[in-house]
Design a protein around this ligand. Sequence first.
Ligand SMILES: [Zn+2]
Length: 108
Amino acid sequence: MRNKIKEIALSRIERLFNLAIKMLKERPDLSQRYIEIARKIAMRARVRMGKEKRMLICRHCKRFIFPGVSSRVRLQPRREPHIVITCLYCGKYMRRPLRRERHGETAG
Ligand SMILES: [Zn+2]
């Protein structure tokens, strides 16, 4: 039963993200709203959003940030390669390592 709920939650989140990306230019306000709903669904169903999705939500202000539109993505190849995502709403940044996340790791 529990898994079913998670399954439904994940498919809803998926759809909301797709909608948010689609509406990004015409209705950025709606995009934000969709992401807000997606976050709430994830919290309620206690599912973890995928890595790619988490990269689209600012860790600080929780807004929907899309590369080239509301976030700036920079590659930092020195030492430990990682990308730096700067949120253009709050100006803060988050780092994401480029190497694969180990299974079960709780980064982010
Ligand atoms: Zn932000």
